[in-house]
Design a protein around this ligand. Sequence first.
Ligand code: UDP
Length: 236
Amino acid sequence: MEKKEQLYEGKAKKVYATEDPERYIVSYKDDATAFNGLKKGTIVGKGAINNRMTNFLMKQLEEAGIPTHFVEELNDRETVVKKVQIVPLEVIIRNISAGSFAKRYGVEEGIVFSSPTIEFSYKNDELGDPLLNSYHALALGLATQAEIDRIKELSFAVNDFLKAFMKAHNVDLVDFKMEFGRLSDGTIVLADEISPDTCRFWDSTTHEKLDKDRFRRDLGNVEDAYQEMMRRILGE
Ligand code: UDP
C-alpha cells in the first residue's frame, strides 16, 4: 500500500490517503511539543519507537477483544490504519496522581488510587483542550450517549490490559490519553497512539520517569527513556 495525498499534519504524526478509501497511512515524526505547542523540540528516534510500540500494543489489545484502527506496519515509521472519523474527545485514565490532576486538586504526585478515574477533554487546540464531562460532550454534539458509554467501557478495558502488561515489565502505568474513532459503519475503535508521548510510565522499583515528562520538565535522558521503554516492551 502506498501513500497518496497528505490529509493532515498533526504535532507528532502525518496522515495520508491511500488507493483504498477505507485505509489511511500514518507517519510518525520525531517532533515533540508540550504545553499546547508552546514548547517544541525533537526526540531523536521517537517516531519509530512510538510507531512500533503503538502497533505492538494495539495487536495485543485486539487479541484481548478491544477493537482498534490498526491494520499493518509498513516500516519503522509508517503504519496502515483503518479510516476513522476521530471523536473529538481526549480520554484520560488515571491510576496514580500526577500532572494536571495533582495540580488541579492540590495533591502530590504518586497517590495510588483504589480505582481508576476517567476524564474527557474537548480536542480543540485553539481552546487548549478544555476539560468537559459527558453532559457537555452530549450538549456539544461531540458524541452520542451510546458512543460515550462504549468509549468508557473500552477505556477501562484498555486500562486493565495495559496496567497488567506494564506491571509485568516492572512499569507502573500512571495515566494515559486515548482517542477513539468511528469506522464508516459507526463502530467505535481505539485510534491514535499508545506511547511514552501519551502515557506516564514510572519504573515500579525506582519510580524513575520513562515518558514525555522528561521532555516537558527538562529532566534529561529523554531519548534513553523512550529506548528503555522500547527495550522492556519489545525486548530491543
Ligand atoms: N496527555 C496527552 N496529550 C494531551 C494531554 C495529556 O497525551 O494533550 C497524556 C499525558 O501524557 C498523560 C495523561 O494524558 O499521560 C494525563 O495528562 P495530564 O492531564 O496530567 O496533563 P499534563 O500534565 O500532561 O498537562
